[in-house]
Design a protein around this ligand. Sequence first.
Ligand code: AMP
Length: 222
Amino acid sequence: MEEMWRLVIMGAPGAGKGTLAERISGELGIAHIATGDILRAAVEAGTKLGQEAQKYLEAGELVPDEVVNGIVGERLAQEDCVRGFLLDGFPRTVEQAKALNGILTGRGEELSRVLVVEVEPEVIVRRLSGRRVCLNCGATYQVETLPPRVEGVCDICGGKLVQRPDDQPATIRHRLVVYEEQTKPLIEYYEQQGLVTRVDNSGAIGMAVEAALAALRAGSEK
Ligand code: AMP
């Protein structure tokens, strides 16, 4: 029988969640749904939804649940989700997790697994504090693992590379504490349902992808 994956991925800032989500959804042939990307695109396009969401995004605050839940409900009804999906950036709260449950239950479905990406805090600090962003085109680099050809200059457009203010070590540590506090109840909620699989991403990304896929496939044979 064809495998059906309904997944959620969670992880701290700098844990490599986005990259892992991209790779895992590609390997499994399922839709990668990143609520942050959907919201940013709506703001960019100036849709009604975008106008509603803009002030929250600019302040770095959560968009109200009814807005985000609505987006996810509509997105999950699209055709590319027939083989499954990987939700990235949603749910962010227990309330949203319950809403997701409601959406799925209404369709006679349930979540298969929740992937929690874990990395040692000091590794995250090293990765993020080495991140450089192009002021002109937004391309990102990493001084150790993905350096530009010329220091401080974007390979793509020649723009100036800078460090984002929130990528300073002290700020990164603070963001990690905030993440921990916010997501703890959500992880506990999914732990209680026996849905959590932890994936260590302190090493090479390829290893984390393999470990996640192996864990998913092993779980599905139970
Ligand atoms: P992200 O790209 O996941 O960091 O999301 C960027 C921004 O989009 C967040 O700071 C929030 O303002 C908004 N956002 C994304 N996902 C959610 C969500 N599940 N609930 C509320 N707001 C969200």
